[in-house]
Write a protein that binds this ligand. Structure first.
Ligand code: NAD
Ligand code: UD2
Length: 315
């Protein structure tokens, strides 16, 4: 029997992917150590889901997994996804974010009939490089252990294609938002924090949002459903073999504009406290998505539509 492996499948993006794969009738194996993910994110009652509580940086766990199941596709999303956590503990981050990738690649290499291995990288690899929009061949300037491991893993993943003919691809996510994203750290995605604050204020609890800087900084926010479509497209396309793709909308919006759209959707006038810019905060960021467009991707959700979906899921 053939399975699709989703590492990190109990997390924010991974759990959305699992749900879409199940809707498509696939049998899914999830490998997640629940360090950030939650069992409640997974439809465990579905007979096509197998959940393995295990660590991708444990060689034995990965060996046993491949000994037990035969994979058609692998989506490797498990990672210490917080840049702040990677700065605090580079060694632990490296074990998961880098070693975990190599272990999976080595096992995947032994499996002759794998159709695709897709790796989740990040726009963090561009660091403070100034070119806008960011193209896949723009300057790479990883500034944190997180970004260094993402870039190194990405290169390994693609090099396994050129050296060993393993069918691999990689994607660089920009700012992903949607239901299930944990708002509980100051380094959580800004839209998950905003959702949390808007909900509190909607219920009459004063809970201000801290805005770092003047709010004129821009980002390319992409709704999680579009991210899943991009992942599936990359995993199916022949043209994506051995290549890396930006995953964004190709549009930038300032924080101020995004906040006012979200205030309108939620009907809440958000109390805002202004702080100075965060150290290292990037001023402007958005993706050039021509490569992804060329294999057939078009984002479905405008920001106001994605925010409306997110808001309706949350309240
Ligand atoms: P998340 O933290 O919700 O999901 C990551 C999952 O990996 C969690 O369920 C966690 O428990 C699991 N995990 C962590 N270490 C593990 C280990 N050693 N073994 C097994 N499982 C482990 O984060 P997310 O936002 O869903 O991110 C998914 C992927 O996308 C990550 O690789 C992240 O780096 C990447 N990414 C996310 C964004 C974003 O905007 N959310 C942007 C760029 C890249
Ligand atoms: C994203 C990634 C980060 C790294 C980086 C690389 C997320 C969650 N973070 O950081 O992992 O890849 O890109 O470029 O995807 N902000 C506030 N108030 C808050 C929280 C945030 O004003 O409470 C601001 C923040 O200062 C920034 C913007 O909102 O200007 C977006 O912040 P973010 O943490 O969502 O994402 P970003 O792009 O800084």
């Amino acid at each position: 029997m053939k399975y699709t492996l989703v590492t990190g499948g109990a997390g924010f993006i991974g759990s959305h992917l699992v749900k879409r794969l199940l809707e498509d009738g696939e049998k899914v194996v999830i490998l997640d150590n629940l360090s950030m993910g939650k069992l409640s994110n997974i439809p465990l009652e579905n007979k096509n889901v197998i959940f393995v509580n295990g660590d991708v940086s444990d060689r034995k766990t990965v060996n046993e997994l491949f000994g037990k199941y035969n994979f058609d596709k692998i989506f490797h999303l498990a990672a210490v996804a917080s840049v702040a956590a990677s700065i605090k503990d580079p060694e632990k981050t490296h074990q998961t974010n880098f070693n975990g990738t190599i272990y999976l690649l080595e096992e995947a290499k032994k499996q002759k009939d794998l159709r695709r291995f897709v790796f989740a990288s990040s726009a963090a690899v561009y660091g403070n490089s100034l070119e806008l929009p960011k193209k896949e061949n723009s300057e790479i300037s990883p500034l944190t252990p997180y970004a260094i491991d993402k870039y190194a893993s990405e290169r390994y993943v693609l090099t396994y294609n050129s050296l060993y003919k393993l069918p691999t691809s990689a994607v660089r996510f920009f700012n992903v938002y949607g239901s299930g994203q944990n708002p509980n750290s100051p380094y959580s995605g800004v839209i998950s924090i905003l959702t949390d604050r808007l909900k509190a204020n909607k219920m009459g609890n004063y809970n201000p949002f801290i805005l770092y800087g003047d709010g004129k900084q821009t980002r390319d926010f992409i709704f999680v459903d579009d991210v899943i479509s991009a992942l599936l497209l990359v995993s199916e396309s022949n043209e994506s073999l051995g290549r890396v793709f930006n995953v964004g909308t190709g549009k930038q919006i300032s924080l101020n504009e995004m906040i006012s759209i979200y205030e309108e959707i939620s009907g809440v006038n958000l109390p805002i406290i202004n702080h100075k810019f965060r150290d290292g905060d990037i001023r402007e960021s958005y993706a050039d998505i021509s490569l992804l467009n060329n294999i057939g991707f078009k984002p479905k959700y405008k920001l106001n539509e994605g925010l409306l979906n997110y808001w309706n899921d949350e309240i």
